[in-house]
Structures are given as structure tokens and as C-alpha cells.
Design a protein around this ligand. Structure first.
Ligand SMILES: [Zn+2]
Length: 467
């Protein structure tokens, strides 16, 4: 998940039925058949699940799959073959051009105080330019916000600006802590380049105090070439140490070197698999995650989990011989992390082909224990969705909140589509997010399968009750 799309969540419980009489009334509520079906879906997901084994292949055999990389192409071929092997009614590749940024040599950084050298774990931010070949060395100015940096203006000239506002640990919704800090990563270099800084370094976007730098997208937007400066993330422990040392030694010198670059856009694909609807073949329900990942880890949580869960949803329908009324699509979106080109392309094609999309569900918050769903739906559906909450809460799905569905399905938004986001527990998500620690061993098989079952149950209800 790139920037925080999660709108501030409002607990859904206080909504009473306030539908306007002129609006379409929804009278259906869940029945006994539904509770039997949901139980069956959970039983099969937990006793006969496949998604964990698929994630093993995607994470360990293919690995990190940055847009435009050979691994991203391997992941495309893997997804297409898997969905064909599963016997989905239709499987195809949707071409999309993606940004192609490469990290280059392993980055290096250190600072020296009184002849003591402190090595700093560092990684270039996605989209950044390189440093000169011999790196950059300069004094450091620490700031806590973009506004503070801008207020310093010319004082920054010739210096390395260091953005060091930490996560707010008191926020229970960890995506809000991320959202409260990530502007430093995304825009730190862009807003300080005009003051002649040598470069911008940023504290990693995580609660965890450790030695792993966390990468992620940054953007220069349309600033002039001569204002573009290299930018990188340093580990939280190094950020704390640097901040401490700066208090005693404000003139210490920081050095970093990186050789990343942006190549011309590369051809790639969204991978789409379909089960044709029995009653409404021309009405679509999309279930998806993003197939690309950052390159430091193997992208198991972000977002390999969402990919294998989305495919598992369709497999569980088939396995349980449930014929969907609407056409179900598992969509493996390309390039969420550094461009969102796949999500945009999918919506663009849907519009061009006059496709009627009634709902979409995205899983891009990690493969942890299920907690619930966010939704962005027409108010006439509120009572109906509330009745699903009663059915699903025995499975640990208690949190039904208003909020966005996710970055990749966002471009599908219209007056008629209902967007849903799968929300697992996220307390550990930012320990691994965009870091070398996002690896397969951090994913628990049962938690991943419970997530797939939760998503399948929600899709079963959407398919049964939404038209
Ligand atoms: Zn993601």
C-alpha cells in the first residue's frame, strides 16, 4: 500500500436506518442458507486452502518484483498459468506501460563524529535520482516537517536535510500513523530542492526501532531538473542516533551514495482471471491486490498476500460448486507501488468497454488475522451491509467501517459501484512494509487462509444481494 488511502474510519454501529423513502429500499437480510454457505467457505479455506503454497512460490521462487523487472514479468506469467491451471472460465493479460526505476548498486551511508565512523543502514527511495558517483557529503539539518524545512529556506543551502518526524505510537490505527508521516518520504526532496540542499534523508516509515531501512515512492512532480536532489530512507535506529549526535555535534558530516535511475517506461500487464456469472454475466465484481512489490524483501505481505487471497476467492467458489450470479474477476494489478498504472488502466478499459462494475474488493493491508472490512457504498446499502456484519462477526470480522476500498480499485469509483477493503489486524504491518523484512516467513498460514475465507464470504454476500 503506497500512500494512505484509508479515510478516517467511522464506526459503523451508530447508523440507524435513515434511508430516504424515494431511494431504492433494500429489504433482503441474510438467511440460514447464507450462514451455512459461509461456514462451508471457512471450512474449505482452512482445511483445503492453497493460498499459502502459492505465496511460497511467489515470494521464494520469484521474490521482489518491482515494476519493469524480470521478476515482475515472471510473476505475470506465474499468475496467468496458475489461474489457467485452476480452470477459471477466462484468463488474460491486460497490457499496461509501467515506470521502470532500478536501484543499482547497494547504497552506502555513514557519519563521522570525532573520528568515529557510524555506518548507517540506508536505501534509495523509489523514483529518486542517484548521487554523484563519489557520493555526497555535508552537514545535516534535522527537521520534523515539510513546513519546518520550507521555513528554513536559504539556511538549507549546501546541507543535507534530515526529515525525522516519527510515527505517533498512540494511534491504534497504524495506517493513520503512517499517513501522518509519509509526506516526508513522498515530498521531502521535492520541497527542499529549490533551496539548494545536497540531498534529503528521511526516517523510515515504521514503528519498529531497528536497523532496516524502508523504501517507498517519492515524487519530484514537475520541479525543474536542477532542483532534483537524491533522497533516501535511513533505519529508525540510525535516525535516533544521528539526531542524538547532532545535538552534541551540529557540524558532523553525513555521507551517502546511491546509483539508482529511471529507465524508459516498460511494457507489463495486469493479470485477470474470471468466473462467468450465471445470471448477470455482464455485471462484474472485482477482487484484487497488487502483483508488483518493492525490491528489498520478497513482498510477501505487501502484497503477495492480497494476490493469493484474491485468486483463492475464485477457487473456493469453484471448489464449493457455488455458481456466482455475477461475473467474478480476480485482478492482479501491476505497479501499485510506484505509479498505480495498472489500477488506472483497468478502470480505463472498463469504462471504454462499457462494463458494468457493481462492486470491488481489495486486499492490500497484509496477510494478518482478519478484523473486518471498510466500505464505500451507496447509503441504501447500509442496512444490508450491517446484516452481513452480524453473520460474519463470529469469524472475527467485527470492524465494519466506512472508508476507501484501496488504491488499485479506487479508479473504478462511480455512483453505482460499492468499494470494499479487506482489513486485517495491522499492528505488525509496518514492521515489514517496504523493507527487507517483508518475507514469506512473516506470514502465518492460518491467518492468511482466514483472510481468504473472509474475503470469499464477503464476495458471496455481495454476489447474493447486490445487483
Ligand atoms: Zn501494497
Amino acid at each position: 500500500m503506497r500512500y494512505t488511502i484509508i479515510a478516517i474510519s467511522l464506526l459503523f454501529g451508530f447508523f440507524s436506518c435513515q434511508q430516504n423513502n424515494t431511494k431504492k429500499q433494500i429489504h433482503q437480510t441474510v438467511n440460514k442458507t447464507d450462514s451455512i454457505a459461509v461456514k462451508q467457505l471457512f471450512d474449505t479455506a482452512l482445511s483445503n486452502g492453497q493460498c499459502y503454497q502459492w505465496l511460497d512460490v511467489l515470494s521464494n521462487d520469484i521474490g521482489g518484483r518491482l515494476s519493469g523487472s524480470p521478476q515482475a514479468q515472471q510473476a505475470v506469467e506465474w499468475g496467468e498459468k496458475l489461474m489457467n491451471d485452476l480452470g477459471f472460465d477466462k484468463v488474460w493479460l491486460q497490457p499496461v506501460m509501467v515506470p521502470h526505476w532500478v536501484r543499482g548498486e547497494k547504497e552506502e551511508a555513514y557519519f563521522t563524529v570525532n573520528n568515529t565512523k557510524y555506518n548507517v543502514p540506508i536505501c534509495a527511495l523509489g523514483g529518486s535520482i542517484a548521487t554523484p558517483e563519489n557520493g555526497i557529503s555535508g552537514e545535516v539539518i534535522e527537521v520534523k516537517s515539510l513546513e519546518e524545512a520550507e521555513s528554513m529556506g536559504e539556511k538549507l543551502r549546501g546541507k543535507i536535510v534530515f526529515f525525522n518526524r516519527p510515527f505517533d505510537d498512540t494511534l491504534l490505527l497504524t495506517f493513520r500513523a503512517y499517513g501522518g508521516c509519509v509526506d516526508q518520504r513522498g515530498s521531502g526532496a521535492r520541497v527542499t530542492g529549490k533551496f539548494g540542499v545536497l540531498g534529503a534523508i528521511v526516517r523510515s516509515m515504521t514503528h519498529s526501532i531497528d536497523d532496516y531501512p524502508h523504501t517507498g515512492a517519492m515524487g519530484y512532480r514537475d520541479i525543474p531538473e536542477n532542483e532534483k536532489v537524491p533522497t533516501a530512507a535511513i533505519s529508525t535506529r540510525a535516525a535516533n542516533l544521528l539526531s542524538e549526535q547532532l545535538k552534541e555535534n551540529p557540524n558532523l558530516k553525513f555521507y551517502f551514495k546511491q546509483s539508482c535511475k529511471t529507465l524508459p517506461d516498460a511494457p507489463s500487464f495486469n493479470v485477470i482471471g474470471e468466473l462467468t456469472g450465471s445470471k448477470y454475466p455482464d455485471k462484474f465484481i472485482t477482487i484484487g491486490g497488487h502483483l508488483d512489490s518493492w525490491d528489498l524483501g520478497d513482498g510477501a505481505h505487501d502484497d503477495g498476500a492480497g494476490i493469493v487471497q484474491s485468486i483463492e476467492v475464485l477457487r473456493l467458489f469453484k471448489l464449493n460448486n457455488i455458481k456466482p450470479r455475477h461475473t467474478l474477476r480476480a485482478v492482479l494489478f501491476m505497479n501499485e507501488e510506484n505509479g498505480l498504472r495498472g489500477g488506472r488502466k483497468y478502470a480505463e478499459e472498463a469504462k471504454k468497454n462499457n462494463e458494468n462494475h457493481i462492486a470491488a474488493l481489495e486486499s492490500d493491508s497484509g496477510g494478518f488475522t482478519p478484523r473486518g472490512f471498510t466500505f464505500d457504498a451507496d447509503s441504501t446499502y447500509l442496512e444490508l451491509i450491517m446484516s452481513w456484519k452480524n453473520l460474519l462477526s463470529p469469524y472475527g470480522l467485527h470492524d465494519f467501517s466506512k472508508g476507501g476500498g484501496g488504491a488499485d480499485i479506487g479508479p473504478l469509483k462511480s455512483d453505482t459501484i460499492s468499494l470494499f477493503g479487506y482489513r486485517p489486524d495491522t499492528q505488525r504491518y509496518f514492521d515489514y512494509h517496504h523493507a527487507a523484512t517483508d518475507t514469506f516467513d512473516k506470514v502465518n498460514k492460518r491467518e492468511l487462509e482466514l483472510g481468504a475465507a473472509s474475503m470469499t464470504s464477503l464476495i458471496y454476500l455481495i454476489d447474493s444481494y447486490l445487483d
